[in-house]
Design a protein around this ligand. Structure first.
Ligand code: GLU
Length: 469
């Protein structure tokens, strides 16, 4: 990057009207990566100008979600509402320069003009008072302030994702920038804030592309530098339709609850609309190194839980065993109905490497790990009970005696004992292993049997076998 280029500043600007949904999280991630890639700043602005729809819970959910995803921002989160005075100041400057005007039309008149325009197949311009003198204003009407959009020519935005996009200025309406109660609208606030915060790149969902043309005019009228726009295609469901709750249009907290790791979410969201060759697993470090807007796709990405599971399974394997344990400690305690002690914890962490090998989500770890806690007498499932019969009980009893005699409790010795026992009894290995597994696991999900016995320990194994025979 040439050194004379201004420092890159990006921002995520959610409206706090609900949870931090998956599309917003991806927008935040792209802004975060872009800023980090260029050694710039990533800012967070809460667009809380719509007082009726903004809630403190939604702000909390956004902040918690961002922190969970590991998307830290520079400085404090900025409240858009808190800048309202500054937004009014800019509206007044636009009035003073003749780029904005007071509009005294009533809501009914405006609605009628909109209906008429629609009926005639023309764009609605909202310009009823554009050429009228305020001296004609009816008494007692508090006006709104509208921007005087250019009528001729075209506006072209060279979007970093969509390419060059042009609209005819005749399509731009004289949008309201101050309501009749003097409160600024989003269309004004977003421009003023982005300018004041020094935002160089506006990366957001392509549902805002239409707004960009009108926002562009405000920058132009104020003589401000226009940021680079990058409008990223929205996320669709696997069927190509708009993302619904059923598809995964949920809050980030729901993904945490479903058992996804933040690093997996980052990787998955990155790939959902951006690519680096055929790479699927991309660490955050690589992502920062590689992320540019050139590789953002132009077609809507399709959300796919199978792929997310695949990515999550990878990161679970990479994750420290103790970290995974910390994530499921409470669930294990809930499952075993008591606090977990140090010995149990040791066994759980020891068992983790092979358990996480087969897991897709954090929740998959709970049953196979809680097995290593002292939960006797074990609840035996109906299916497992079928393995513990009058025929197999004597087998279990004899094997138990042989295992009890083992001088050291290591996997290879346990295995050798079971195998020689089966051979001596002329039994297929499965005929011995299945009832043993049923007795020590009660039919719960479990991994390699010998490893399970080894980690469970001699005393616990012998006790569990004794409980059933
Ligand atoms: N507050 C807007 C939203 O949540 C985003 C505005 C922007 O990124 O410019 O959709």
């Amino acid at each position: 990057m040439p050194t004379d280029m201004p420092k890159v500043v990006t921002r995520f600007a959610p409206s706090p009207t609900g949870f931090l949904h998956i599309g917003g999280a991806r927008t935040a991630l792209y802004n975060w990566l872009f800023a980090h890639h260029h050694g710039g700043d990533f800012l967070l602005r809460i667009e809380d100008t719509d007082r009726k729809r903004s809630t403190a819970e939604a702000i909390d959910a956004i902040i918690t979600g961002m922190k969970w995803l590991g998307l830290n921002w520079s400085g404090d989160a900025v409240s858009q509402f808190a800048q309202a005075e500054r937004h009014r100041e800019v509206a007044n400057a636009l009035l003073a320069s003749g780029n904005a005007y007071y509009c005294y039309a009533s809501q009914e008149e405006t609605a009628e003009a909109r209906d008429n325009a629609r009926a005639e197949g023309k764009p609605f311009r909202g310009d009823l008072w554009r050429d009228r003198d305020p001296s004609e204003a009816p008494d007692g009407v508090q006006p709104v302030v509208r921007v005087k959009m250019p009528r001729d020519g075209e506006t072209t935005i060279v979007d970093a994702v969509q390419g060059s996009v042009t609209v005819s200025n005749s399509e731009l309406d004289d949008m309201v920038i101050l309501r009749s109660d003097g409160t600024p609208t989003y269309m004004l606030s977003v421009v003023v804030d982005d300018h004041d915060m020094g935002v160089t790149h506006v990366i957001r969902g392509d549902d805002h592309l239409n707004n960009a043309f009108r926002q562009y005019q405000i920058y132009h009228m104020m003589g401000w530098d226009i940021p680079t726009f990058a409008h990223i295609p929205l996320i669709h469901g696997p069927d190509g339709k708009k993302l619904s709750k059923r598809h995964g249009a949920l809050g980030v907290d729901a993904y945490e609850d479903m058992g996804f790791l933040p690093e997996a979410m980052r990787n998955y969201l990155l790939r959902l609309g951006w690519s680096h060759g055929d790479d699927e697993i991309i660490t955050t470090k690589q992502a920062i190194e590689w992320f540019t807007l050139d590789n953002v796709g132009r077609a809507p990405a399709r959300f796919d839980f199978d792929k997310l599971d695949f990515v999550n399974a990878h990161y679970m394997k990479e994750c420290e065993d103790s970290t995974l344990f910390a994530l499921i400690k409470e669930n294990i305690e809930h499952a075993i109905g008591k606090p977990i002690d140090d010995t149990e914890q040791g066994k759980v962490v020891q068992a983790m490497p092979s358990i996480k090998e087969r897991a897709k989500r954090i929740g998959d770890l709970i049953e196979p790990t809680s097995l290593f806690c002292n939960i006797r007498p074990l609840e035996i499932s109906e299916k497992a009970k079928k393995q513990i019969t009058e025929e197999t009980k004597p087998i279990l009893a004899s094997l138990k005696d042989q295992l009890s005699d083992l001088p050291s409790w290591i996997g290879s010795d346990i295995k050798a004992t079971i195998m020689s026992f089966a051979e001596a009894e002329d039994l297929k290995l499965g005929k011995v292993m299945q009832p043993v597994r049923a007795a020590v696991t009660g039919g719960k999900q479990s991994g390699d049997l010998v490893e399970t016995l080894e980690i469970l320990g001699k005393d616990e194994t012998i006790s569990r076998l004794s409980d059933v025979c």
